[in-house]
Design a protein. Sequence first.
Length: 277
Amino acid sequence: MKKIPIVISEDSQFLTTETRHTRWAIPYSFECLNARINNLLTRNQDCVHGKRILDIGSHMGTFAYSALELGAEFVQGIDTEEKTIERGKELFKQAKVPESRYDLQVDDAFRYLESLEEGSFDTVLCLGTLYYMVEPYRLLKLMQRVAKEAILIDTFTAAYAAIQGKDAPQVYQSINEENLKLPMMLTALTQPDKKDYRLPHSFSHKDKDLSLITLPTSTLLEVWFQSLGMQFTQIDWSEYQTRPCTYHDLLTPDQKKSSHWADVYASGVRISYLLQG
């Protein structure tokens, strides 16, 4: 694996105060975070440098801040969780980012996008957010209307339904490589309360709070892109991969614990796209 350029240093508070650094899938660790910044933002510099950027599901603004470090003109971050937005504001202030270059606010993605005029931003980031949306195709349409130039998406696919949660080994038996090639979408239950945020659209069942995640196959995602007349390029993660991998290698807790962060990309469990047009 090539040396990864550093945008977020090991002692940055964007890392030292991050609660997601120990999770097995897409940990916000020094290596994984900087690799994702490099592959999603730095290598798509034409979509970042000098651009007005909207970051949907910005959490505490780590990718928004990285975009500014890479030369973005202005970044707007939105998230439904007030405490992560407030934490982001603290971090931006500590980093002495001029207030004229960013805004972080609490809002619903659909409501916010519908309030904007067409072409309000050059680039829209949707990194780790699409699968939390009950209506992902609707979100794509709204992002397309708002983005003048490009959309960057990083999301879990239907294969994630086979491996997420403690019941993964039982669930995966009804999922196979052939049906994961179909243009279909799976929904899966998840706990709405995460370490430092709560998912929207939660509901109660048998005295438990639950939320849904929506997981289209890559085939369905590409059908959607084509239906919207968008050119799409799948982002290549091969240089970060350490082994051949399928979702079968990520089923059990032990397999997850011993996995490398790039295994979710190698296995097709996670996928990224640059959308234009």
